[in-house]
Design a protein around this ligand. Structure first.
Ligand code: DGL
Length: 274
């Protein structure tokens, strides 16, 4: 029996859209209900108790809206409150930290892994614990990159100022000779071009999004919760909806306004028609 209830996905802003994108790619029949707490963004510099309060508020809203599963699409929320969210939710909860670490330990050759995230995530030590849980003999080097999220939230993924910040933040990880870098904040995959340019193309960048989507898939199958059909996704934010929409459309998927039909062999004529 198909379960048409939506999957709840939440973040402090647009970062969780990287996870939403991966879920949509893997599970195109599933409706998503996304919350970005843009009015209270950023979470990274805030105390964990404050992040926890916001997380529980949003999780309760999503459960009251009838979601069948919750995706904590934000590392900072996960380190502050994943257990409490799990207890409060009463539906399966999927996070992003273990999936990212799993992918990184699979990929590294020299067993030196870097992780970049918000101050809250780095300070919590959650990634060190997640690496220890894998039982693999790898070394982890963590750096906080506080201003990255501000740039992403403004839709800036390539300005000279951002490059300058990236060079500074990433220098210790280059010096540590990591061959794999976990993007430990869901906003960062939107900066993968820039990060790859600074780190060099030989360093594997790990976004937890795809691996998290696979966990979502597993949970849905295990709980017989799969939906089917053409879903409608819903987006909620606490800040200005127009700003959210502009950035979200750019990052999640630009809508395709028109598709031109050209018959095979008819390309030259089609140019004239335009
Ligand atoms: N996207 C969030 C994360 O994964 C953090 C952004 C913020 O600082 O609010 O940690």
């Amino acid at each position: 029996m198909a379960d048409p209830r939506p999957i709840g996905v939440f973040d402090s802003g647009v970062g969780g859209l990287t996870v939403a994108r991966a879920i949509i790619d893997l599970l195109p029949g599933e409706p998503l209900l996304y919350v970005g707490d843009t009015a209270r963004f950023p979470y990274g510099p805030k105390p964990l108790t404050e992040i926890k309060r916001y997380a529980l508020e949003i999780a309760t809203y999503l459960v009251d809206r009838g979601v069948k599963l919750l995706v904590v699409a934000c590392n900072s929320i996960e380190v502050a409150a994943i257990e409490e969210v799990g207890v409060a939710a009463g539906v399966p909860v999927v996070g992003v930290i273990d999936p990212g670490v799993r992918a990184a330990v699979r990929v590294t050759h020299n067993r030196r892994i870097g992780m970049i995230g918000t101050e809250a995530t780095v300070k919590s030590g959650a990634y060190d614990r997640a690496v220890a849980r894998t039982g693999k003999d790898v070394e982890l080097f963590c750096e906080a990159c506080p201003v990255f999220v501000e740039f992403v939230e403004r839709g800036d993924t390539s300005s000279p100022q951002l490059f300058a910040a990236a060079r500074e933040y990433l220098a210790p990880l280059q010096a540590a000779n990591v061959d794999t870098l976990i993007l430990g904040c869901t906003h960062y995959p939107m900066l993968s071009g820039l990060i790859a340019r600074v780190m060099g193309r030989d360093v594997a960048l790990i976004s937890s999004a795809d691996e998290t989507a696979k966990d979502v898939y597993e949970e849905l199958v295990a709980g017989d919760l799969r939906a089917s059909g053409a879903p409608t996704h819903e987006f909620v934010c606490t800040g200005d909806p127009a700003t959210f929409r502009t950035v979200a459309e750019r990052f999640l998927s630009p809508s395709i306004p028109e598709v031109l039909s050209v018959v095979p062999g008819g390309f030259r004529a089609a140019v004239g028609e335009r």
